[in-house]
Design a protein around this ligand. Structure first.
Ligand code: NAG
Ligand code: NAG
Ligand code: ZN
Length: 305
């Protein structure tokens, strides 16, 4: 699988490039404190510079420009299939109530307001499978089997899975996603997997306001992390002109905006959905990010935005 291979390749390189990818450290050691509470955001959507360069070359060749601004038919609705995977029918077992699923979709729509894209919950499936619940992460056969069993729709349909990420290499993960350009090679892998406690009113404070799904869907529509490529302009960073370069992911919610790339213009975009700040700290996408993702989903997902 392309995503898994990329994730693994970068993780194995951690000893030599750990300064550039500090968050991967947490992927190795997990991010839960001894008491079990989460101490740092961790997203599993990692892309190597090589894979990113290939994806961007492909995008520049195939790019179809979004047109809806002219057509004036915003918002375009993306159908969502939400898959609750649980160990048993208790909330600790991941069996989140429909009210939490519904309020998660509401948060998603609030966060994507004015981007041209909104989301409509098509169906919620519920599956009791303790193995999937505990062991799904970007490396496992459980993830493959879960998605092959539950996934619905084509490239235009968003499939969201909630699990616990309790075990394995990526224990402590908040979520991970596939990119639009991954769909062609790995259609069944397409979608977003998140920790069930990240839903609004979930138990994963300070990541329980629903912003993990906002962030992971950001990848699903074609955005990179704001700290992608660090300070080096040669890398193309996150391929968005109006998000300042950033050396490292943000932790918590700093009172003063740091400037981790002093040679580049702008302070770190700590309030951006594609950084790693606490949920309460996240406030929006930039116009450049929305413009990029509209082109991404028109090009690779056939969404007529
Ligand atoms: C449900 O699953 C969770 C997570 O594995 C476990 O902590 C809890 O004890 C289980 N509850 C019941 C009633 O089996
Ligand atoms: C909707 O979810 C139910 C389970 O709750 C499932 O049986 C059904 O197949 C799903 N429908 C679609 C269209 O995916
Ligand atoms: Zn991410």
């Amino acid at each position: 699988m392309r995503l898994n291979t990329a994730f693994l390749a970068l993780a194995l390189a951690i000893t030599s490039v750990s300064a550039a990818v500090p968050h991967l450290d947490h992927a190795v050691h997990g991010v839960r404190s001894a008491s079990g509470s989460l101490v740092d955001r961790l997203c599993g959507t990692i892309i190597t510079p090589e894979k990113k360069a290939a994806a961007e070359k492909d995008f520049s060749l195939k790019r179809v420009l979004a047109t809806a601004v002219a057509a004036n038919n915003w918002p375009v609705y993306i159908n969502v299939h939400f898959h609750v995977v649980a160990a048993n029918t208790s909330i600790e077992g991941g069996y989140v109530p429909q009210s939490q699923v519904d309020s998660q979709i509401e948060i998603l729509n609030k966060d994507y307001k004015n981007t041209g894209v909104q989301f409509r919950l098509d169906n919620t499936s519920r599956t009791i499978n303790a193995d999937w619940f505990e062991n799904v992460n970007p490396y496992t056969s459980e993830a493959t089997l879960m998605k092959e069993t539950l996934r619905r729709g084509g490239p235009e349909t968003l499939n969201v899975y909630t699990v616990s990420f309790d075990n394995g290499y990526a224990a402590g993960l908040l979520g991970y996603a596939t990119f639009p350009s991954d769909y062609e090679d790995e259609p069944k892998d397409d979608g977003v997997v998140i920790q069930y406690g990240t839903l609004p009113s979930g138990n994963l404070y300070p990541y329980n306001l629903g912003r993990t799904l906002t962030h992971e869907v950001g990848h699903w529509v074609g955005l990179y992390h704001t700290f992608q490529g660090g300070c080096d302009p040669e890398t193309g960073g996150d391929e968005v002109a109006d998000t300042p370069a950033q050396a490292v992911p943000t932790r918590g919610c700093p009172t003063f905006r740091p400037d981790t790339c002093p040679e580049q213009p702008g302070f770190d975009p700590i309030h951006n959905y594609m950084d790693y700040s606490d949920d309460v700290c996240m406030r929006g996408f930039t116009p450049g990010q929305a413009a990029r993702f509209r082109d991404q989903i028109r090009t690779y997902r056939g969404i007529n935005v």
